[in-house]
Structures are given as structure tokens and as C-alpha cells.
Write a protein that binds this ligand. Structure first.
Ligand code: SAM
Ligand code: SF4
Length: 473
């Protein structure tokens, strides 16, 4: 993938801040867009170009109903064209909620005395991982507060545990991280434990707004956080995830800033983020934020569609913060990864009967479906649930590799791998009804592959039925 050089007022330099709020606002304050402009930008995106900030502003300044429909239709087509019907599944695992920061939107903030503080013991961590494996999970994201106890060595150790624990046919094949920004040395330590993606959300990219929400602790340093993923790249960790917490500042500004972050990483490291997340603020223990920047459902759908068009080759994650109906809808506009069977209270995969409790979790989730219920619903819509972890394990990451730059890659690798991982799930974990529909969907997908690949996939499915596991292309 070749990146177009673009120039912005703050030139891109590794490990230097790059957000100029005035420049972003000047673009956003341009007149409303014409139909022709909107159509031109959408067609550039459908040609798989990452959009410039000026182009994204045209989509954000598209105000008529007709233009909104054009944007959604464009996002739908791009999603179909690039990602097909695959949806990657994962689960979050909260390891510890001690925190020395004071982020006013978060239930874990240090000033919240109501929060029950806990770090999983080694034994509890193993049990949580076993419980996740028993459900069929293969991909985890480990989540931590920011606290001296959760240093890089500790994080690396928990990652190694997650890879080591195996129960029955269960195993975790990809461990991602959402934790505090580290030093270059720290990122190196966690990279050596074999992590997938390191995710850090900027929360709000607006420096003044950022100050108001981050009162104490290391996270109060906006620039340290903004440049964190540059340090990850310097440490050789080329698989990173960015995000903004929607509801803290103007959502249109955050969309522009996420794209600016993307092109900063491309300019400095020749590789954009692997994923973008766009959590919306949910109720949390002792939360009193006000709703000045609340993002409504229609605006949220619009922002997801615009992001899809803006960064055609970046994975987009939508979590169980959002209710099932909205998640199903947004899968059509570009979301490529969702979590399933999610529990966020510490230790709650093991203690299944534990009710949701704001004082034991970071915020309230709105999608309570089990992993199998989600898989059933995806299958009912002829989507292809995937637990694939092949690329990262074969070293197909970062600058050396971008799946969309390789013609025919999806049909040659992604669909077959999704099919094989779904087949494992159906054999090992699915109730009969899910399995029946699952095999039908597998058959439909195999039909669309070329003869040679289809033959190989069928052979491997037979091997899976006979007990072999972890077969991938
Ligand atoms: N402590 C690490 C940090 O701050 O980077 C880990 C992050 S936290 C456990 C994961 C993310 O949850 C945060 O980055 C934030 O975007 C999001 N979050 C925090 N409070 C939230 C809330 N009330 N509703 C929805 N998401 C929230
Ligand atoms: Fe701590 Fe992260 Fe919550 Fe901030 S968002 S209070 S750093 S856990």
C-alpha cells in the first residue's frame, strides 16, 4: 500500500505531537458540502484510498438527508467489497482495576471510593482464561487500570499466562492489550511476550478538553499519551490500535483527529493503525459528566460510516458498550470486529451468576448476549463469524504486510481461515441448532472460493472433524 504524502501545519515527526485544533476547526467550519463533492469523496474511498482531512471534512459537512444516505450506502458497499461478510470475534478480560489516574468519566478513577479494587491473582487469572476457553474464545484483549503494579513485566507475565493456559481443545491464540502508555523499553518488554495489538485511546484529541477530564496522575499528560503509539513503533511493535471516547468533545473533531493520527503513523512509520475504536460514554460508578457532547444514535451511525470511508483498510471495533440492535446495524456500515459473551466485572467469567455491578466494573455494558447467541445471530444474517489469528502468527503485520494490498487475499486467506476457525467452534462448542446453521453458512462460503482453495478447505475441515486443530493458511 502506497501512502499519499500530505502536509499539515504541524509537520509529522516521530514522537512529536501532531494535532493542531485550529487547523481541524478551519476545515470543519467550511461551508456545507455539495452532492457532487460528497460523491467524489465517496468514490475515492471506494477505490480504497485513505481520505485526507479535507476530504473527511467534506463528509462531516454533508448535512442533507440525501447526502447522509449516500455516505451510508458508500460505507455499506466498501464494507462488502473489502471485508465481505466476515466478523472477527474476541472477548475483553479485565485483569486489574487499581488506578492512580483520575479520569472523570471512568468508574476506576482513583477518587472513586465506591469502586471495589481488585487485581486477579495468578490462580484467578487462569480460571478466567479457562472459562473463556470453555466458551470457545480464541482472541482476548487484556485490560488494566494505570497503576505501578501493572508495569510492563507484570503485563508481559499475564500475557504469557493467557497463551500458556489450555483447557480441552481450548487455547488463546491472540492476546491484545489495552493499558497505559509505556516507554520504548516497556513496549519492547510486552512485545517480547508475543502480544497482538496494543490499544491506547486518546479519549479526546482536543488538548483543552483533555485537561478538564484528566485531573491527576500520568494520564493528565496529553502529549505523553498522544505520542505513545509512536514509542510502540520505535520498540518494533507495529500493530497498534487507536480510539477516541465519544461524548467528551465534539464528535466531528474527534473523527478528524483519528484520521490525523492515522496519517501521522503512516507518515512516520509507513503503517497506519491496525484498528480504530469509537467507544461512547456509558454510565459508570459515580459518573456526573453532563450531556453537552452526547452523541445520539443517528450521529453515531453517521460517524461510523464516515470513519469506514475515511480509513478503508483499518479494522473497526464496536464493543458490548452498545446494545445488540445497534451493533447489528453498524456491522453493515463497516464494523469488522466485535466482542461476544462480554463480562467486565473483575473475575466475572468464573463467577457466572454475579450480576452487573457498577462498583465492580468500569462502566455499564448494553449487550449481554453470550458468545453463542451472537454467533447464532450472525449466522442468521449469513455473516461469517471468525476467530482467525493467522496473519499475526505468520508475521503478516505492519509495514511488511497489509492484507488489502495483496490482490485476492481475502478469498485466498481470510475466508478460508474464518471457515476453519468457525468449523472448530461448531465441532467443539456449538449446540446442535447453531451447528446446523453454521455448516450451512460454511458451505455457502466454500462455494464462493475457487476450486483449488475450496478443495483444500474441505480437506482441512475433515481433519478438524477428526481432531486436528489450529489449521490455517
Ligand atoms: N487504564 C488504561 C487507559 O486509561 O488507557 C486502560 C483503559 S480503560 C480500562 C479502557 C477504555 O475504556 C478507556 O480508554 C476509555 O476510552 C473507556 N472508558 C472509560 N470510561 C468509560 C465509560 N464511562 N464509558 C465507556 N467507555 C469508557
Ligand atoms: Fe484509570 Fe484508564 Fe479509567 Fe483513566 S480510563 S481512570 S487511566 S482505568
Amino acid at each position: 500500500m502506497k501512502f499519499r504524502p500530505e502536509s499539515y501545519r504541524i509537520p509529522d515527526e516521530p514522537m512529536k505531537p501532531f494535532i493542531d485544533p485550529e487547523e481541524i476547526w478551519e476545515l470543519l467550519n467550511r461551508p456545507t458540502s455539495s452532492d457532487r463533492e460528497v460523491e467524489q469523496v465517496i468514490s475515492r474511498s471506494l477505490d480504497k484510498n485513505r481520505l485526507t482531512l479535507a476530504e473527511v471534512a467534506i463528509l462531516l459537512n454533508a448535512e442533507t438527508q440525501h447526502q447522509s444516505e449516500l455516505i451510508k450506502e458508500g460505507a455499506r458497499e466498501l464494507k462488502r467489497k473489502i471485508y465481505g461478510n466476515r466478523v472477527v470475534l474476541f472477548a475483553p478480560l479485565y485483569v486489574g482495576n487499581k488506578c492512580s489516574n483520575d479520569c472523570t468519566y471512568c468508574g476506576f478513577r482513583s477518587s472513586n471510593r465506591a469502586q471495589v479494587r481488585k487485581t486477579l491473582t495468578g490462580e484467578e487469572l487462569v480460571k478466567e482464561i479457562e472459562a473463556l476457553e470453555d466458551n470457545g474464545q480464541k482472541r482476548l484483549i487484556l485490560v488494566y487500570g494505570e497503576h505501578a503494579e501493572y508495569d510492563p513485566t507484570y503485563i508481559a507475565e499475564t500475557v504469557r499466562t493467557a497463551y500458556r493456559v489450555k483447557k480441552g481443545n481450548g487455547e488463546i491464540r491472540r492476546v491484545n492489550i489495552n493499558a497505559a502508555p509505556l516507554s520504548i523499553e516497556g513496549f519492547r518488554t510486552v512485545r517480547e511476550a508475543g502480544i497482538g495489538t496494543y490499544q491506547i485511546f486518546q479519549e479526546t484529541y482536543h488538548p483543552e478538553a483533555y485537561k478538564q477530564y484528566h485531573l491527576r496522575g500520568k494520564k493528565a499528560d496529553y502529549e505523553n499519551r498522544l505520542t505513545a503509539l509512536d514509542r510502540a513503533q520505535e520498540a518494533g511493535l507495529d500493530d497498534v490500535g487507536i480510539g477516541a471516547l465519544f461524548g467528551l468533545y465534539d464528535w466531528r473533531f474527534e473523527v478528524m483527529a483519528l484520521v490525523r493520527h492515522t496519517n501521522h503513523l503512516e507518515a512516520c512509520y509507513n503503517v497506519g493503525p491496525h484498528t480504530i475504536s469509537f467507544p461512547r460514554i456509558k454510565d459508570a460508578s459515580m459518573l456526573h459528566l453532563g450531556d453537552r457532547y452526547f452523541v445520539s444514535d443517528p450521529d453515531f451511525s453517521r460517524l461510523v460510516a464516515i470513519l469506514r470511508l475515511a480509513v478503508p483498510y483499518t479494522g473497526m471495533i464496536l464493543t458490548a458498550r452498545e446494545p445488540a440492535a445497534l451493533r447489528n446495524e453498524l456491522l453493515q456500515f463497516g464494523v469488522s470486529q466485535i466482542d461476544g459473551g462480554t463480562r467486565i466485572e473483575l473475575g466475572s467469567y468464573t463467577e457466572k451468576e454475579q450480576p452487573h455491578d457498577l462498583n465492580k466494573g468500569q462502566f455499564l455494558i448494553h449487550d449481554d448476549r453470550s458468545l453463542n447467541e451472537i454467533i447464532e445471530e450472525l449466522l442468521a444474517q449469513d455473516m461469517l463469524p471468525s476467530f482467525c489469528t493467522a496473519c499475526y502468527r505468520l508475521g503478516r503485520t505492519g509495514e511488511h504486510f497489509m492484507e488489502f494490498s495483496v490482490p485476492g487475499f481475502i478469498k485466498r486467506f481470510c475466508t478460508p481461515n474464518a471457515v476453519l476457525t468457525l468449523a472448530e467452534y461448531l465441532v467443539d462448542y456449538a449446540p446442535e441448532k447453531t451447528a446446523r446453521k453454521g455448516w450451512e453458512v460454511i458451505e455457502q462460503n466454500i462455494h464462493q472460493l475457487n476450486k483449488e482453495v475450496a478443495g483444500e478447505v474441505r480437506k482441512r475441515i475433515e481433519k478438524i472433524k477428526q481432531g486436528e486443530r489450529d489449521l490455517y493458511f
